[in-house]
Write a protein that binds this ligand. Structure first.
Ligand SMILES: [Mn+2]
Length: 316
């Protein structure tokens, strides 16, 4: 079995259809499939602050859900699916509130999804029940690993006692990982959002939303010693210049050289020409969530242990 690992869609339904056609998937009775390939979605199917003609978060979810249920695709959980679940789950300590706070920021991130599915509708409930079945990571016997942001075994071990045999979170984990700064919260944040380090005091940069940030995401797979904050940061290339070019004084002990089988992830809103980060590391998120012509990207994996630039597929 060959696998096509597909990046974060964020509701860009037209880009998804274009990519599936490009990869020679075909639709039969409403279900997309390929005779010799299986698709793997890296999560973040939903949430987009824009409403464009090509965007449908609902149609995106229903297409992927149908593929997974028919066995033509696998899908893991991204931070946006986790957030969608905890948005709807009541806080057991206070049944008038929810595991994810219904504040303005969280609502703005999620409101287009809620409007499209109909908040609290049977359809909304059905989608959330399906999201709850998604694994946090995949480790396939064929020899690949897939996770939304960072493959870090120490953090996977923290969550393992609270996962089903399918590696999807149990109800207990949704509760534990919603308590800020709990061990489970820290682990889930790292796996689904990546590793962050603080910039030196009095330094900051503006992220893609224009928000001032005092921390950066760093590569979790290579030791950043002898590096600078600017070089180590996982940011779109056009934002790199805004990060201080100062040496990182202290190595982050969570970062280890990664020597396992190829691992694929999404999440980071990369830009430019898709290419592997290392022989065994590839990001498939090249900002398809943005409006405009940033394509949805896939990696077509045929069993190789050394990933190549030629393995990437996208329309354009
Ligand atoms: Mn993400």
């Amino acid at each position: 079995m060959n696998y096509d690992i597909i990046g974060d869609i964020h509701g860009q339904y037209d880009k998804l259809i274009a990519l599936l056609k490009h990869l020679d998937y075909a639709e039969t009775n409403g279900i997309w499939s390929h005779s010799t390939h299986k698709a793997i979605f890296v999560g973040d199917l939903i949430d987009n602050k824009h409403i464009d003609a090509g965007i449908s978060q609902l149609k995106t979810v229903m297409l992927v859900k149908a593929m997974v249920e028919a066995g033509s695709a696998l899908c893991i959980m991204g931070n946006h699916e986790f957030n969608a679940i905890t948005w709807l789950l009541p806080n057991p300590d206070d049944q008038t509130t929810f595991l994810r706070e219904h504040n303005n920021n969280n609502h703005n991130q999620h409101k287009n999804f809620l409007a499209e599915v109909g908040e609290n509708s049977p359809q909304h409930q059905e989608i959330i029940e399906w999201f709850k079945t998604l694994p946090l990571w995949l480790e396939l016997p064929a020899g690949i690993r897939v996770i939304h942001a960072a493959w870090i075994e120490e953090y996977q071990a923290v969550l393992k006692p609270y996962l089903t045999e399918n590696n999807s979170p149990t109800d207990e984990l949704f509760i534990k990982a919603s308590v800020k700064d709990s061990a489970e919260y820290v682990a889930l944040e790292a796996l689904c959002k990546g590793l962050e380090i603080n910039l030196p005091e009095n330094h900051s940069f503006n992220d893609k939303h224009g928000a001032r940030r005092t921390n950066i995401r760093i590569r979790w797979w290579s030791n950043q010693a002898n590096s600078t904050y600017r070089a180590a940061a996982l940011v779109p290339e056009d934002a790199r210049h805004s990060i201080p070019d100062l040496p990182i004084e202290q190595r982050d002990p969570r970062v280890k050289a990664y020597t396992g089988v190829p691992v694929f992830f999404g999440h980071y809103w990369f830009s430019g020409q898709p290419k592997p980060e290392a022989d065994n590391i590839a990001c498939v998120d090249y900002s398809a969530g943005k409006s405009g012509d940033s394509a949805l990207v896939a990696y077509r994996w045929a069993g190789e242990s050394v990933l190549t630039e030629a393995g990437f597929r996208f329309v354009g």
